[in-house]
Design a protein around this ligand. Structure first.
Ligand SMILES: [Zn+2]
Length: 415
């Protein structure tokens, strides 16, 4: 594959940043950025650090979209938008990463101080180095390469760095989209490097709806030696769980090969403690189902099948069943697999790595849904080892550089 001169220079420039990218990751790790819900003081210091570095790289077009939050010293949660102007504004190419991290968890599980990033061979170990500092660093250095090589992209290129991804997005991307919706257009290309696979071959474009269901089954507590004098709530919940399992799987059996797994899932999960002793028939029993629905099945349809099964179990066993929904999140409309962002990103990956990327849907929600709900096509992609939130979280240095090159190639598309 032959590149234009601009692309060749960009890619060489990015390769030349390798050691600086590692040093930047190390410095970034030392500036802790935990949201108040995670016991921290927010992302302000980290945002200041990034702004200062970006300025030294020549990235001086920065817009700040603070979200007021009285719980942190700064009084707000920062959101930063770095822009490099293209020959035209639209369609704007976006890379979005988050500045906050999760806490380290149990310190004894770490080989060293989680906030002192250490290079071990070809990896960097430290809290946040993969989630989401890898994407942040790759995006920032790809942008820097444009400036330092004086490459003017075909259209504007933006790096959006947000707060609060780990604790709900209200002060991060949700705030940005609410405060400045005019920044984004449906024809823009939005890349979120916050999940992915080790080879970088998976582009996440869709997700399932999530429904969590809590069942509180009530009967009448009694000594286990005279069960007929009571109503066994445990039998009620066990019967209900088995019937739901069969009925939900039978009723919602569509398959869609875009998704992994390709079917809706219905899993009995958590069970709360009932009686502490063996010789008592419990009068109350509580358990949960985690349901992930392909977009072709609606949450309401699932709720009505659940209600039907509940009525049968109530009348058959004499229990009463209370139902609750601790989480209910309809799937965002998928990003079309032939949308420009999927095509441009796939072309760059194919060209630079010689692999054929595959678009997939997943069961878990991602921050890209925030865009998709507003009709903005977003793809989640990065080359990751999937060590996010783990002790000894690490980032492969080759991935840091290689993903920056993919961004550089996307930024230089059409040149
Ligand atoms: Zn993340």
């Amino acid at each position: 594959m032959t590149h234009s001169d601009d692309t060749t220079r960009l890619l060489a420039r990015i390769e030349g940043y390798r050691d600086e990218m590692v040093a930047f990751q190390r410095d970034l790790t030392a500036v802790v950025a935990l949201g108040p819900d995670n016991g921290g003081d927010g992302e302000w210091l980290r945002a200041e650090f990034i702004k200062e570095r970006a300025r030294s790289f020549g990235l001086d077009d920065v817009m700040e979209l603070h979200a007021a939050d009285a719980r942190v010293t700064a009084g707000f949660r920062p959101n930063l938008l770095f822009r490099v102007r293209g020959r035209a504004e639209r369609p704007t190419v976006w890379v979005m990463a988050h500045m906050d991290t999760v806490p380290p968890g149990e310190l004894f599980l770490w080989r060293g101080d989680p906030y002192v990033a250490v290079v071990e061979g070809d990896i960097i170990v430290g809290r946040g180095v993969e989630d989401n500092q890898q994407g942040l660093t790759s995006g920032l250095f790809a942008l820097r390469a444009l400036v330092e090589e004086a490459v003017v992209p075909a259209t504007d290129v933006c790096l959006l760095l947000v707060s609060d991804e780990e604790t709900g997005n209200a002060f991060g991307v949700e705030h940005v989209l609410g405060a400045a919706p005019e920044l984004f257009h449906a024809e823009d290309l939005i890349i979120v490097p916050d999940a992915g696979a080790p080879e970088g071959a998976l582009l996440e474009v869709a997700e399932k709806s999530t429904l969590w269901v809590r069942f509180v089954v009530r009967g009448r507590q009694v000594h286990a030696s005279i069960p007929a004098a009571g109503i066994n709530a445990h039998r009620g919940s066990a019967t209900l769980a088995v019937r739901l399992d069969a009925r939900l799987h039978a009723a919602f059996c569509d398959e869609d090969p875009l998704f992994e797994p390709p079917v809706s899932t219905f899993e009995p999960t958590k069970r709360e403690a009932n009686v502490p002793n063996v010789n008592t028939v419990p009068g109350e029993d509580t358990f949960y189902f985690d349901c992930r629905l392909l977009p072709t099945h609606s949450i309401d349809e699932v709720k009505s099948v659940i209600a039907e099964v509940i009525r049968e179990v109530e009348s058959g066993l004499g229990v009463t069943i209370e139902i609750g929904y601790p989480a209910e999140l309809p799937a965002a409309p998928p990003t079309a697999i032939d949308s420009p962002v999927v095509e441009v990103l796939s072309d760059a990956i194919r060209e630079l790595r010689g692999i054929s990327p595959v678009a997939i849907g997943i069961g878990g929600g991602t921050v890209a849904a925030v865009f998709r709900r507003r009709g903005l096509p977003a793809v989640v992609w990065a080359t990751l080892e999937e060590t996010a939130h783990s002790p000894n979280e690490y980032c492969r240095i080759d991935n840091l550089v290689a993903d920056a090159k993919v961004f550089g190639r996307v930024f230089a598309r059409g040149l």
